[in-house]
Ligand binder design. Sequence first.
Ligand code: HEC
Length: 247
Amino acid sequence: MNRRGSRVSALTLMIAVLAPFSAFAGDDVVETGRLLAILLDAGRGAVAANQPLINDASKGDKGFTPDVFEQQLKEKFKGRTGVDLGNLKGGGVPELAQKLLPELVGAAKQTVANNQATINKPGVAYKGFTPAHFGTQAAAAFSGKTGIYMKQTTTDGLLRNANNKADEFESGMMKKLGDAGYPRQGDKVMSEAVGGAVRVMLPLFYGKGCLGCHGEPKGETDVSGYKKEGAKEGDLGGAVSVKLPAK
Ligand code: HEC
C-alpha cells in the first residue's frame, strides 16, 4: 500500500471507530423526523379515539373542535415521546424539531378545522373523515407550509389513495419494517442518509381497531367504500415517511 493509501485508510478507520460515539448532526435530524412522524400518527390516534362520536348520526355539533383535538394530540404525543408540546425548550428536543413540531400541530388543527362541517353533519354515520383522511390531509398541509416532504404511505398491494403511493426507497424500507423481527412497540424508526437528505420512516402496524376496514374477509367492501385487504393484527399497514435536509 502506498503512503497516501495508508493515510486514507487510517482516517477511515478513525471515523469508523469514532462515529458510533459522536453525536453528529445527523442524530438531531433523525430525531426530528421521528418526532414529526409520531406527531402525525398521534393525530391519527386522536381522530380514531373520536371515531364513534364523529360517526354518530344522531348528533349535530360534536364538540370535536380544533382546540379539543389539540389537547388530545398533546396528551397522546407526550405519552409516546415524553415531549411536552407546550414547552419544547425544556428537554433535549433538537432545535429543528422545536421549529417544525408547531408547524405540524398547526397543519393538524387546520385539517380538523377544515372538516368541521363534515364532522358536524347530522343524519349521516360514515362521513369520510377517518384517521387516514386526517393523515393524508395534515401531512399535505404541513408539506405545503414548510416544504418538508411528509406522507403516510404503504406497500403497493395495500394502496388505497394513489397520492400515498410509495417511492422506490419507501418500498425497500417497508420490506424491512414488515419483517416479523421488527419491534411492534416502541416507535422505532428506520433512517438513512440519501443524497443530501435524511429519510426517516415510522412503521404503522395494524391493531384490532384497523381490521374493521383493512382486515378480513379480504375483498369485502368496508364502511369507507374500499375493499378490505385481509390484513391480520400485527401486520405492517404502512408507514409515515419524512425527508429532511441533511444540513
Ligand atoms: C374506517 C375505516 C378505516 C380504519 C378503521 C382504518 N383505515 Fe386505513 N385507510 C382507510 C381509508 C379510507 C384510507 C384511504 C384514505 C385516503 O383516501 O387518503 C386508508 C389509508 C391508510 C393508509 C395510507 C395508505 C393508503 O392506502 O392510502 C395507511 C398506512 C393506513 N390506512 C393504515 C391504517 C392503520 C394502521 C389503521 C389502524 C390504526 C387504519 N388504517 C384504520 C380506512 C380505514
